[in-house]
Structure formats: C-alpha cells, structure tokens
Write a protein that binds this ligand. Structure first.
Ligand code: ZN
Length: 180
C-alpha cells in the first residue's frame, strides 16, 4: 500500500467522523418498510415517497426516519420538510408514524441508496460527489487520476449500512477494505 493511499484513507476517516461536512442535494433510496418496499426520494428540500400515506399527508415514517438518520448531512429545511406532520403535530396516526420512524431510524440497513448527489467540504475545497448505481464520481483531481478519492471513501464509510456490498467496495483497490 502506498503512502498516497494511506493519506487518502486517513483523510476519508476524518471526513466520515465529521458528517456535517456533507450536504445532500438529492437522493433516491429503496426503503424496506414493514408493509413492503418503497421508493423515497429527495430533491432540494422536497421529499416524496411511493407509499399511500405520503399521498394523503405529505410525509411518511420512511421520510421521517431518513430525516433522523441523515440529520447532520441535511439542511434545517430538509430536516423539517413535511411539516405540519413534523415532530410538533399531534394525532394518533401521527404518533404511530413517529414511533415507526424511530424504530426505522435504528435500522438503517432497511435503506439502500440508488443514487445521490452531495457536496463534501474537504480541507481545501468543497467537492461534488455523486453515485448512480455502483458508479461514483467526484470533481476532484484524485478521482480523475485514480478512480476514487478521500471524498468517495468518506461517503462509502458514512453510508456503509445503506449501500450494497458492490457500492461499498467500488473503486477498489483504493478502498477501505483494501487498506485494512
Ligand atoms: Zn474527491
């Protein structure tokens, strides 16, 4: 293992320990809920969910769970999107949604990212990192030269439970599993 890889791995670890460096612009995930699989997406501060409760109420336990799991990487507006069915409203259906969302938030492996677009504030600049299926990309020079970079490795580490095995190891041998 060469020294440039070691420094990339160390950098990515530090980034992953500071998830507030990350801001999601958009994503698409599959959510394995109790009543079946749903597709949840976010674009800007707008969420949508293929579940029927989203159609009637503008939010869902899946969206609330994602807002909780990804909180440090979301803006204030993204975290509260879907109000008045946010953590201030009171109704029995709302309460049961909140409880479900709490349970889901403890089980992030229910979530599988299909795509995302995010920015990561590195030590020098902010970089655009994205994933589509198993393909990652980043606008930094390291990615251009080596096909992966500290920013992508940081995302792979932060989202680990919410990525498939192939997504977690994309970019090998410059990945965590090769370095450890
Ligand atoms: Zn990068």
């Amino acid at each position: 293992m060469n020294s440039s890889l070691i420094s990339k791995v160390e950098k990515s670890r530090r980034y992953a320990d500071e998830p507030e460096r990350i801001r999601f612009q958009s994503f698409n995930v599959r959510f394995d809920g109790e009543n079946g699989e749903h597709t949840v997406s976010m674009a800007g501060a707008d969420f949508s969910d293929s579940s029927p409760s989203f159609q009637s109420q503008g939010t869902s336990s899946h969206i609330m769970a994602l807002q909780k799991i990804l909180a440090p990487m979301l803006t204030e507006e993204q975290q509260t999107s879907g109000a008045p069915f946010s953590f201030s409203a009171q109704s029995s259906s709302y309460v049961s949604k909140v409880e479900k969302a709490r349970m889901y938030a403890e089980e992030p492996q229910r979530v599988k990212f299909q795509t995302f677009a995010a920015t990561l504030r590195g030590s020098h600049d902010e970089h655009k990192v994205s994933m589509d299926g198993e393909d990652f990309s980043c606008d930094c020079h390291g990615f251009e030269a080596q096909g992966t970079c500290a920013h992508i490795m940081a995302m792979q580490r932060v989202l680990a439970d919410m990525l498939t095995e192939d997504q977690q190891t994309a970019g090998q041998p410059f990945s965590f599993s090769a370095a450890e």
